[in-house]
Write a protein that binds this ligand. Structure first.
Ligand code: G
Ligand code: G
Ligand code: MN
Ligand code: NA
Length: 252
């Protein structure tokens, strides 16, 4: 079994799809959007998660193809939801190589035009470490994305080697609080960092999204802290399109 060859075949035959994890408002618990997460529908090995293919894709320079395919899936969905669910956003994850070699911007631009999408319904998730490697390169890329009108989310916040000054530079619209901070509070009752991070996002005028909510107590606590949105297994897991439709996620 040659993984690289199998990935190439998969990329050429539409085996990579998006799973969508619903994102909710903390106060009303209404659906506000989705995070699109890559899945590999392998003909023999079944449904595989990112851990099985993203590292090699990054290593062999194949990730830009995945990013373009994910953007295409997302654009198609946004366009099909446009009439009935115009306010929903979809976010997707970029990789460090996408920032260093931003071929995806051309694709993104043409998808927005082709489907007549509101660019602000597209959220690109970036991690601090992804920008850290080469700010000289990252900065103009973020500029072009801003000019396009798409939104930026800072993902896994607080887990990398970040400097707070990056918050100024990146000027993201959303702050995603990593699950480890919520889990730490759940496990130890120590809320100091979690509280501070939510407050930091609020003070920076960012939409704060808490990730990995698994318990009602966590959701209640986030409401107290003022986090605006959340995603987590408590309410919904990432789902393929057929499951999303079968379970009526778009009708609620
Ligand atoms: O649910 P989950 O196992 O899907 O995702 C694991 C990790 O893989 C997440 O941290 C996410 O950032 C990353 N990931 C998921 N989908 C994509 C994608 O399309 N592109 C990139 N670069 N990373 C992704
Ligand atoms: O790094 P990123 O934020 O892109 O990762 C999203 C990842 O978090 C996906 O792998 C998704 O399946 C996972 N995830 C989402 N909600 C939960 C949750 O409530 N608990 C756990 N353990 N993982 C979650
Ligand atoms: Mn993410
Ligand atoms: Na995250």
């Amino acid at each position: 079994f040659n993984l690289e060859q199998a990935i190439k075949t998969g990329l050429n035959s539409g085996q990579f799809v998006a799973a969508y994890q619903p994102i909710f408002s903390v106060n009303e618990q209404t659906l506000v959007g989705f995070e699109a997460l890559a899945r590999w529908q392998h003909p023999e090995r079944g449904l595989l998660g990112p851990g099985e293919f993203i590292p090699l894709m990054e290593e062999r320079g194949l990730i830009s193809q995945l990013t373009e395919q994910m953007l295409t899936h997302v654009a198609l969905q946004l366009s099909s939801w446009q009439l009935q669910h115009p306010a929903l956003f979809v976010s997707l994850n970029l990789s460090a190589l996408d920032i260093q070699k931003p071929v995806f911007i051309e694709k993104l631009t043409s998808l927005i035009t082709t489907y007549g999408l509101s660019a602000d319904r597209i959220v690109l998730e970036i991690t601090e470490s992804l920008l850290l490697c080469d700010w000289q390169k990252a900065s103009p890329v973020l500029e072009s994305l801003r000019a396009l009108g798409v939104r930026l989310a800072l993902d896994d916040f607080g887990t990398g080697y970040s400097s707070l000054s990056y918050l100024h530079r990146i000027n993201a619209d959303k702050l995603k609080i990593d699950r480890s901070f919520i889990e730490h509070w759940s496990r130890t009752g120590d809320a100091r960092l979690l509280k501070t991070m939510v407050q930091l996002g609020i003070n920076m005028n960012m939409t704060v999204i808490a990730e990995g909510i698994e318990r009602v107590e966590e959701l209640d606590f986030l409401r107290q802290l003022g986090s605006e949105q959340y995603q987590g297994f408590l309410t919904a897991r990432p789902m393929l399109l057929d499951e999303l439709e079968r379970d009526g996620w778009l009708l609620r």
